[in-house]
Design a binder for this molecule. Sequence first.
Ligand SMILES: CC1=C(/C=C/C(C)=C/C=C/C(C)=C/C=O)C(C)(C)CCC1
Ligand SMILES: [Fe+2]
Length: 533
Amino acid sequence: MDMIFGKNKKEHPEPLRAKIRGELPTWLHGTLLRNGPGMHTIGETTYNHWFDGLALLHSFTIQNGEVHYRSKYLRSDTYNSNIEANRIVISEFGTMAYPDPCKNIFSKAFSYLSHTIPDFTDNCLINIMKCGEDFYATTETNYIRKINPETLDTLEKVDYRNYANINVATSHPHYDAQGNVLNLGTSIVDKGKTKYLVFKIPPTIPEKKKKKNNLKHLEVICSIPSRSLLNPSYYHSFGITENYIIFLEQPFKLDILKMATAYIRGTNWASCLTFHEEDKTYIHIIDRKTKRTLQTKFYADPMVVFHHVNAYEEENHIVFDVISYKDHSLYQLFYLANLNQFFEQNSKLTSTPTLKRFVIPLQMDKDAEIGENLVKLESTTATALKEKDDQVYCQSEELCEGIELPRINYAYNGKKYRYIYAAEVQWNPVPTKILKFDILTKSSLKWAEEHCWLAEPVFVPAPNAQQEDDGIILSVVISTDSKKSPFLLILDAKRFTELARASVDVEIHLDLHGLFIPSGDSPEEQEGNVLRN
Ligand SMILES: CC1=C(/C=C/C(C)=C/C=C/C(C)=C/C=O)C(C)(C)CCC1
Ligand SMILES: [Fe+2]
C-alpha cells in the first residue's frame, strides 16, 4: 500500500511502445494526458500527505493502431528548488517546509515574516487544463504551469494574480461551447474584502503571434462576497448549466488567520481547513447572462463536496448532482502515515461519498406558503422548502453511495444526462473497481480485476455518436502484484466491457485527473474534434 502511494516513481520521458491485447477501436487517435503525485521523498525528507507529491505528468498516445506511454516530472520551480537542495524546501498542502537550517536568527525571522503572506507552491499536480491551443498543469494555488502535451516538457509559470486578484482557484475548470475556460477562484482580503470570482479565459486572442498568453484576456464575470472575511469556503469544483453557474459556499473553510500564522506555528496548510458542522451550505446560483447571483437565498445542510458531477436546467428548475460527504475525513485519510499496510483497518472514512441530487426552483410562485415544496419536477424526490425572508431550504435526493472521481460524456455537460462513469469507493479510497452508473434505472455496470487499482475513467465519444454512451472509456490501471504490468484499459462505454488493453513494463503512479486530446488524421476529422474533458 505505502508502495503505491508513497514510493518515488521514475520518469520515462522517451515514448515506450505498449503491448496491445484485444482490438483498439480504429477511430481512436489521440492522447490521454494525466497528472498526479509521483515523488514523496527528496533526500532525507518525506512529504506528510499524498497530495504534496511532486507532479508527474504521463500520457498514452494512441495512433495508427499503436499505443505509446511516457511520463515526465513537471519541472516546476518547486521541483527544481527541492532537487537542487536535495530536500523539501517549498511548503505543500500537508507539509510545511523551512529554509536552510544553518541560516542565522535574523534570516530566520525575516523568513517567518515573509511567510505571513505566503508565496504558494507551483507544484501543479492535480489536473490538466486546456486553454485555446495551450495546455496547463493545475493545482489549487495562484500558479499554473504551461506544458507541452506531446513531450510533457514544462513551459512558463503563470500567476493568476497578474490578471485578477486570485489567491486560490480550482483545478476543475469548465469549458463552454466556444471553448472558453470558466473557472472559480478566491480573492482573499483584498482591499478589506474576501470574494469568490467566476472568471473566463478566451480560447483565442488577437496578439497570439506576440507570444502573449490567453490569460491576458481573463475576464472576471461575477464576484460573490464571502460570508466571512477571514473564513472563505474551500471548494474543489463547481457546476454549470446553459444559463447558470452553481457554486456551493460550504462550511468547509480556509482559516486565513491560521494560514497567516501557520509557518511560525509549525503547522501545515491542511490544518488551516476547518469543517464547521453547525453551519449551513449556501447555494449560489449565478445567471450567466446578467452576471449576477439570484436574489433567493438557497441553502442546504452542512456537507463537504469535492466533485460536482453535472448540472442542467429542466422545466424552470436547476438540477445539480454532487458527491457529498458528512465531514472532511477524505483529506485526513491521505496522510502517508495512514497509507501503510494497515490502511484497510486504520484509515476508514467516517462518511461514505454519496451521490446527491439537488434541485433549485427558478420560478417561484409568490403566493406559495411557508413550508411549501417549490420543486415541481416529477422525476425527483429532492425538495426546496420555502421559508421566510426569501430563504429556501434544499434537501437532496440520494442517487447512490460509494462513488468518487466522477466523469461524464462532456458533450452532455450542462445538459440533461443519464450516465456517470466513476471509481467505486466505499469506506476507504482504494479504487479497485470502475463503474457506469445509470441515473435513470439506478443500476450500474462494473469493471474490476484482481490486484488492479483503476484511475478516474475518461469518456471519449465515438465519431458520429448518436447516444450519450456511444464511445469508449479510458482508465489507467496499476497493479498491486509486482509481476503484473500496468496498462491502459479501453472499455466499450455502452456495455462496459473490455475492448483492449495496452500494457507497459514500467512502474506507473496512481494519478488524479486528466483529459483526452483527440487528434484526427484528416482535416475533416480535425474539424469535428472538440475537447473531450
Ligand atoms: C498548497 C495549498 C493548497 C493546496 C491544496 C491541494 C493540493 C489540494 C488537493 C486536492 C485534491 C487532490 C483533491 C482530490 O479530490 C490550498 C489548501 C488550496 C491552499 C493553501 C496552499
Ligand atoms: Fe478533483
